[in-house]
Ligand binder design. Structure first.
Ligand SMILES: Nc1ncnc2c1ncn2[C@@H]1O[C@H](COP(=O)(O)OP(=O)(O)OP(=O)(O)O)[C@@H](O)[C@H]1O
Length: 362
């Protein structure tokens, strides 16, 4: 096995005509762990990966493997295994599909059966790929990436289309490869899809970096808050204001920017405000992710509907923009999403290698 080396993205920018797909993006992916490359549809993930693999020419910046661009790698397939836009000849068997690439790359044919075994489809080696399920195709694409036993794997949405058993399998498989010291970069538009698989996350939105770090650091961002309600919301709002607690009104009460319900209860007690609800609200990882990429799940991602404007609570709290609400980083454009269309330059050519080699610019 080739040793894992870092993937280095530095100041990467890619414009297609007037569309800025990737905007001054910088991050590093280290060996020995599985890194999730996350962002909603159209965020620029595929463009970044294609830049990394030399399939599109960056407008600015670099994307390298420990300083070396893909095109300059001496033995690319034995350094980097990449599955982007996997396309298969439907009439060819899984074994033949891999043999073609092994032969073209000077890789021993014996590797074909090794990798088919590794990804768990050895028993289908002589079946035509045309009859494969999406999950089997995903495994075949993965087998291709492993042909050269590379130290780096770059996988675009490898979990998409897998059933729960397939997801469990790929999680254990990728983590095993990472523990061997490989660098594993896995893209996905759904955090929930990869959260069991990845150790680190790189999150982008509209071509820009919004967060890098461990999955647990993202968990910290989804800090718990307290939901509290009273028959006298106006008095409760005054009590919260007096105590300096920040909050957002919801139909089921106020969502207070305070993790300890006991503290909120104490504030109400001191102000002699009767409560009829007091509990902790833990927002999920997925919500935290959606906040980061500027896609809050509705006006009140907590699941609590906002109070009608003009109620005592809303007035007392300063209305729906009061702090204590979701900390979306997307600003006023948070809901404006770029078109979710993928590159138009990915022909499903039956004989094309999994990494297509064309580029079109809008
Ligand atoms: N070849 C191209 N020509 C024109 N625009 C493109 C091209 N490739 C990508 N884009 C645009 O660049 C933006 C980023 O697209 P990209 O496919 O990189 O995002 P993504 O995060 O991979 O999304 P998805 O998960 O939907 O594939 C989108 O607005 C897309 O329409």
């Amino acid at each position: 096995m080739a040793s894992g080396i870092p993937i280095e993205i530095s100041g990467l920018t890619k414009r297609f005509g007037h569309v800025t797909a990737v905007d001054d993006l910088s991050f590093t992916v280290e060996p020995g762990r599985v890194t999730g490359f996350l962002g909603p549809n159209g965020a620029g993930k595929t463009t970044t990966l294609r830049s990394l693999l030399g399939l599109v020419k960056p407008t600015a910046g670099t994307a390298t493997f420990d300083g070396t661009p893909y095109a300059k790698l001496e033995r690319p397939l034995e350094t980097v295994g990449a599955a982007l836009d996997a396309a298969f000849h439907p009439g060819r068997t899984a074994r033949d599909h891999l043999r073609v690439y092994a032969t073209a790359s000077g890789i021993a044919k014996a590797r074909v059966d090794v990798v088919l075994e590794q990804v768990g489809i050895a028993e289908y080696a002589n079946r035509r790929v045309g009859g494969f399920s999406l999950g089997m195709r995903q495994r075949l694409a993965l087998a291709y990436t492993l042909l050269g036993d590379p130290g780096v794997l770059v996988l675009d949405e490898p979990i998409n289309g897998l059933d729960p058993e397939g997801i469990r399998w790929i999680r254990i498989f990728l983590q095993g490869l990472a523990r061997e010291g490989r660098t594993i970069l896995v893209s996905s538009h759904l955090l929930s899809e990869v959260q069991q698989t990845v150790d680190e996350v790189v999150i982008i939105s509209r071509g820009r970096l919004v967060k890098t770090g461990t999955l647990s650091s993202l968990e910290l961002d989804s800090a718990p808050r307290t939901v509290v309600d009273s028959p006298d919301r106006s008095a409760l709002a005054t009590a919260l204001d007096t105590a300096g607690l920040e909050y957002t009104p919801g139909r089921q009460g106020f969502i207070v920017d305070e993790p300890e319900p006991g503290r909120v209860g104490h504030v109400a007690f001191v102000a002699q405000v009767e409560l009829n609800s007091l509990h902790r609200l833990r927002s999920g990882l997925e919500e935290s992710f959606l906040q980061l990429v500027g896609e809050p799940n509705g006006p009140d991602a907590t699941g609590l509907e906002p109070a009608a404007t003009g109620t005592a609570a809303a007035e007392a709290s300063g209305g729906p923009e009061a702090s204590g609400g979701p900390k979306a980083s997307g600003g006023p454009e948070a809901s404006a999403q770029p078109e979710a269309s993928g590159p138009a330059d990915q022909p499903d050519a039956p004989d094309a290698p999994p990494a297509a080699t064309t580029e079109s610019e809008a």
